[in-house]
Ligand binder design. Structure first.
Ligand SMILES: Cc1ncc(CN)c(N)n1
Length: 220
């Protein structure tokens, strides 16, 4: 079993909770309240700006050319491709540039991005890329799970299609291979830290959808 297979199995209960989350169930059914999706898409745009920085830092620290290429390309895609998706949703869900610019990151969004930034600043390349992986892999799993049962027509079909696209699956497989390669050269302590980082980032994925579903704000 590869390292990635092990850490994927380790987060099985979290993945089950993600797949069962009402945000995703209602998104698949096309019944998710537009306010919840608007909340998600604005927060996701804040998230992706920071995620792209984490990818750029991973690219800078990657020991191989394959890693530098993959993560620098990912940094570009996070800004260009996913932002284009967001802009299309902003237009159809009535979010103006001004509204997006004035939005503050929620605790879930800031927690996730700050965690990635902290790893990039103070931990190993191995831990950083393990924390980067759920953003690919969890979305790929969600996209593939939702697509066959999604209602049609569905106001969220562009979102579903993006994360069920074969090209997204291929990018996920390439990042997984980089994580496996890093783990195969790492000692026990680093591998344990990588598994922890992967689990924490997967938890943040659940929290991100949950926060959008409840349209969370700061409690004070
Ligand atoms: C929070 C989050 N995680 C993952 C993805 C997919 N790149 C995303 N758009 N947003």
């Amino acid at each position: 079993m590869s390292f990635c297979d092990e850490i994927w199995q380790d987060v099985e209960p979290l993945r089950r909770s993600i797949l069962a989350h009402p945000f995703l169930a209602e998104l698949a059914a096309g019944t998710l309240p537009p306010e919840s999706f608007r909340h998600y898409i604005v927060q996701d745009s804040l998230y992706l700006a920071e995620y792209s920085r984490a990818l750029a830092l991973a690219a800078a620290r990657a020991p191989t050319a394959a890693g530098r290429l993959e993560f620098s390309d990912g940094a570009k895609v996070a800004v260009q491709v996913e932002e284009a998706l967001h802009q299309a949703f902003f237009a159809s869900f009535g979010v103006t540039a001004q509204m997006a610019a004035n939005s503050e990151a929620t605790p879930a969004c800031l927690g996730y991005t700050s965690y990635l930034s902290a790893l990039a600043a103070t931990r190993s390349y191995e831990e950083l890329i393990a924390a980067i992986l759920p953003c690919f892999w969890v979305y790929w799993e969600v996209g593939c799970a939702i697509k066959p049962r999604a209602a049609a027509p569905n106001p969220y079909s562009a979102w579903i299609d993006t994360y069920a696209a074969p090209s997204f699956g291929e990018a996920t497989a390439r990042v997984r291979a980089l994580v496996d390669e890093a783990a195969s050269n790492a000692g026990t302590g680093t591998r344990r830290a990588m598994a922890d980082a992967f689990r924490i980032a997967t938890r943040f994925e659940w929290m991100f959808w949950d926060s959008a579903y409840h349209r969370a704000t700061w409690p004070i």
